[in-house]
Structure formats: structure tokens, C-alpha cells
Design a protein. Structure first.
Length: 262
């Protein structure tokens, strides 16, 4: 499957073809994952490619926020057609900083107005179109708040929930990333994310940390919003064996993986 930035390059020369291929790509990814009974994927990236972030890079569809909205919207439509909800990331935008939040604590020193008139556009437009999930960035926007977005009531409650009207599920980014260490221990990170307004917390790369968080959540008696979570349940349409014999899958897989397609 090509990097999403390739669809952005194609969009500049052939908008219709780019949107069709992007939708097909979203459908293919979601259909294949659902066939293995994995009902969610944390996709797509809604960040902008400013040309400075190596961790975002061509995972982003484009530099232009309107083009990102169009392409990501097509990808989400493909996912939804396959029976999978989408999660946009990394709110309010990770593409402007060079630091990789897996290994660094990135700081974005732009004003809120600069972020609003650029990075927030895809989130705003896709929330209006029914985006189901959002993942905040482990980035500190120090002219707005002194905490990473995923630990920030300013970003999760004031901006995402109230100002943008998002009523879906908010996932923390991986709490084992370096960008999350500012909150302290794994349990403190989980509590900070929940207190900021996250519905679910993720610990993806540290087993001990995950066990600590599970024990800590039991002590907190944390109860996520089941109504929101239920909307994210996947609806598989094909088993893996059926998928391998499905004509649409065969055609789309060939289309997306062809070296000449882009």
C-alpha cells in the first residue's frame, strides 16, 4: 500500500483519480483488518505535511488543509463502507514540529490562531462529516497550554468537545511514547489523559506499563462512555477466506499495489 502522500501528489494532477484510489485504499485496509476480527484501525492521519516532521512525513496526505480534508474524507468513506469507524490523528496537528513524539517531547510555539487557520481545518471539516474517533498529539503547544494536547483540558474539552462539537471517542496516543513522559508514571499518564477528557488510554509498547495502568484504572473506578464506544464497533462483511475470493478485493488490491498506479 503506498504512503498517503502519494495520493496527495496525484490529487494535484488528477483529483478524481486520487479520490477514487484513496477511497479504495481505505476500503482495502479496513476490509483486510476486519477479516481478522480486528474492528478498529487508528487511521487516517489528518496532520499536514509541512516538510519538517520525519515521523509524519508522507503519512500526511498533503500540505494543503483543504486537500487533506478531501483525501482523508475519501479514505474514511472507504473505511466506513467496509464496516469500520475511523480515528483522525494527531489533534490539533503534529506536522509542524521536527521532533518525533515517540522519542522526544516536541514543542510547537505557534499561536492558537495560526493552528486554527491551518491544522485544525481537516479536523473541523471531518468532525462535521461524522468522524467517529480522534487521537490527540503528544505535542506541547506552549502558547496555548503547558501540557501535551492529550493531557490538556484546553485542547480536549474546550476546543475539541465544546468549540468543534466533537461527540465521538477520544483516544490517547500511546502512553509509552517519550512525549507522554511529562505526566510522570504510567498511572499518572493515564489519569492525566482521562482527566483531560480522553475516553480510552493506550499503552502499546510496554507490558509492565499496561499492567500498571490497568491496576490504576481499577482504583479510579473509571467507567468509559459506552454509548460512544459502541459506535466504534466494527462490522465485518467478509471472512478472510471469503475476502481472497471476493472480486472487488481482487480488483482493488491489484489497483492499489500496482507500481504504475501513481
Amino acid at each position: 500500500m503506498p504512503p498517503m502522500g502519494q495520493f496527495g501528489k496525484l490529487y494535484d494532477s488528477d483529483q478524481g483519480k486520487a479520490l477514487k484510489l484513496t477511497q479504495d485504499c481505505g476500503w482495502l485496509m479496513a476490509t483486510e483488518i476486519l477479516s481478522f476480527n480486528i474492528d478498529i484501525s487508528f487511521a487516517p492521519v489528518l496532520d499536514l505535511d509541512f516538510g519538517v516532521s520525519t515521523v509524519i512525513g508522507d503519512r500526511a496526505f498533503h500540505r494543503d488543509p483543504e486537500k487533506v480534508s478531501q483525501l482523508a474524507g475519501a479514505f474514511i468513506e472507504g473505511m466506513n463502507n467496509a464496516g469500520m469507524a475511523a480515528t483522525g490523528k494527531h489533534f490539533p496537528g503534529h506536522g509542524y514540529v521536527a521532533g518525533d513524539s515517540h522519542t522526544d517531547i516536541p514543542i510547537d510555539s505557534r499561536t492558537y490562531e495560526e493552528i486554527e487557520h491551518c491544522d485544525l481545518i481537516p479536523f473541523k471539516e471531518l468532525i462535521a462529516r461524522g468522524l467517529s474517533g480522534i487521537m490527540p498529539a503528544h505535542v506541547i503547544y506552549d502558547r496555548c497550554c503547558d501540557q501535551p494536547a492529550g493531557f490538556s483540558k484546553f485542547w480536549v474539552q474546550d476546543q475539541l468537545r465544546k468549540r468543534l462539537g466533537f461527540d465521538g471517542v477520544v483516544f490517547s496516543d500511546d502512553l509509552s511514547m517519550e512525549g507522554a513522559t511529562v505526566a510522570g508514571s504510567f498511572v499518572r499518564r493515564a489519569k492525566a489523559a482521562i482527566e483531560a477528557g480522553c475516553d480510552m488510554v493506550l499503552v502499546c509498547n510496554n507490558r509492565d506499563g499496561a499492567e500498571q495502568v490497568l491496576a490504576g484504572l481499577d482504583e479510579m473506578n473509571f467507567k468509559p462512555d459506552q454509548t460512544r464506544l459502541n459506535k466504534l464497533r466494527g462490522h465485518p462483511q467478509l471472512t478472510y477466506q471469503q475476502l481472497k475470493n471476493n472480486q472487488r478485493w481482487i480488483e482493488v488490491e491489484k489497483e492499489i499495489t500496482s507500481p504504475d498506479i501513481l
